[in-house]
Ligand binder design. Structure first.
Ligand code: F0G
Length: 461
């Protein structure tokens, strides 16, 4: 059979409230043309993020009932720990309420702040919270994506890779003592959700270890990355995704994990470590900020849902449906002439608003124009990843510098939407394409000094 069906039946449904265009015009005005400020009940298809938005399985819900809420030594923690250890092989598994809490603890213990020269953490591309947590303790976050990764329309199998030559040069120029750890993000979310090859992961690990630098993963979308390796990398076609994921984790000395993505649950994360000294320090901090080491900011029921989720996410029928539904949407809108980051990534389609709306200059936010139009036309919520998110105002001159790319991300919650939802998205884009020349840019009329995209207000030009 050619059709890849959703490998699940629907047992519980959550109604979507239909809205009219007139209603949406009012809603958008009240939200100051910033979809982050729209109430979720007013959204028909919510593609703001794939984080914490998954539908859980009947087995996960059964686990929720079975959650052990004991403060210390909960059986749900031991189940979670066993599953995560089998997957990752790390010596210490430290639960956190989400990914950024694990990042905060890791950088706090790994980065030296007193006296020595400014420390540096390289990554293929840091996610925003990772970068922010590094900068918060006074260190520098450096992105080293491969050049091919920066060209949206170029089709390459592993555009998420790290530039290993640049990594070597950085270590040579700065000295290994300034680099407390090297990180690789799988998949590379800030760079189109593109995967990293096993070869590249091994290369980065080899360089790190040659210089006696610990090698870490930001593993939020490890299962999607492992599936791409199976599909695209020679030598892995006959391995199970589970075995590939296990191989990936065993290259590293530790990881941060936002389990809100490939944990198939709504909340959770962990810090995985092999170094016992670091683990001891991390647990001491965990008690201060998250909770006792056998729950770390999570309920016992969350730990149960995660233990089950980490197993289900590696089922290949699930991954086939997951990756194919996003690829299907990507192919359909490419055929309509909508430029996207190619090939489609693991969890999202990134539309290239700069190429799609060349009549709107970057500082009039073409991505914001597209996001708002998608909401008006069809009640779809997407997110701008361009100058609204990454543009910087120079505090001295007041001049604004645009971002390198003007993208719009449509991130797909896991197991939530079906084929007809995706076909509806395609139809919405068909509408947008028809009158794209009429779209106008926006002016930002209120903003916060950092992470301004969450709360900024806009006016149409
Ligand atoms: N690392 C990556 C690669 C991420 O994509 C995220 C979150 C985090 C770390 C932080 O994890 O949210 O659990 O604290 N990404 C979400 C997104 C928010 O929409 O891409 P968190």
């Amino acid at each position: 059979m050619r059709t890849i069906i959703e490998p699940f039946k629907i047992k519980v449904v959550e109604p979507i409230r239909m809205t009219t265009r007139e209603e949406r015009e009012k809603i958008l005005l009240a939200a100051h043309y910033n979809p982050f400020l729209i109430h979720a009940k007013d959204v028909l298809i919510d593609l703001l993020t794939d984080s914490g938005t998954a539908a859980m399985s009947s087995k996960q819900w059964a686990g929720v009932m079975d959650g052990d809420e004991s403060y210390a030594g909960s059986k749900s923690f031991y189940r979670f720990e066993r599953v995560v250890k089998e997957l990752t092989g790390f010596h210490s598994i430290i639960p956190t309420h989400q990914g950024r809490a694990a990042e905060k603890i890791l950088f706090h213990i790994a980065i030296r702040t007193n006296g020595s020269a400014q420390q540096i953490i390289p990554n293929n591309t840091h996610f925003d919270t990772t970068r922010a947590n590094i900068e918060y303790v006074g260190a520098k976050a450096i992105d080293l994506p491969i050049e091919e990764g920066k060209k949206p329309s170029l089709r390459r199998p592993f555009k998420g890779n790290m530039d290993l030559e640049k990594l070597e040069n950085l270590i040579r120029e700065e000295g290994a003592s300034k680099i407390p750890l090297i990180m690789v993000t799988i998949t590379n979310n800030s760079n189109g959700g593109q995967p990293v090859s096993m070869e590249n992961l091994k290369g980065a690990r080899d360089i790190a270890h040659r210089h006696k630098i610990p090698f870490f993963l930001d593993a939020a979308r490890f299962a999607e990355n492992a599936y791409f390796i199976k599909l695209r990398e020679a030598g892995y076609e006959n391995k199970s995704v589970e075995a590939i994921a296990q191989e990936i984790f065993r290259l590293a000395d530790g990881c941060t994990m936002s389990a809100k993505k490939d944990g198939l649950a709504n909340m959770g994360g962990f810090l995985g470590l092999n170094d016992r000294h670091w683990a001891q320090k991390a647990r001491a901090l965990l008690i201060l900020t998250e909770g006792f080491p056998t729950y770390g900011g999570l309920s016992g029921r969350d730990l149960e849902a995660l233990a089950q989720g980490f197993k289900e996410v590696l089922e290949e029928d699930y991954l086939r449906y997951r990756i194919r539904s996003i690829e299907y949407f990507g192919e359909k809108i490419l055929a309509l002439g909508v430029p996207i980051v190619e090939p489609p990534g693991g969890h999202a389609i990134y539309m290239d608003a700069k190429a799609f709306l060349p009549h709107i200059p970057p500082l009039e936010y073409p991505g914001q124009a597209l996001v708002n139009e998608l909401y008006l036309v069809a009640g779809i919520r997407a997110v701008e990843i361009g100058s609204v998110m990454f543009g910087k105002v120079d505090p001295k001159t007041g001049q604004e510098k645009s971002a390198e790319m003007e993208l719009v991300r449509l991130a797909f919650p896991r197991r939530v939407y079906t084929q007809s939802h995706v076909d509806y998205l395609v139809e919405a884009m068909e509408e947008v394409v028809k009158h794209k020349k009429k779209l106008r840019g926006f002016r930002m009329v209120a903003q916060e000094p950092s992470l301004r995209h969450f709360t900024a207000h806009f006016e149409p030009l």
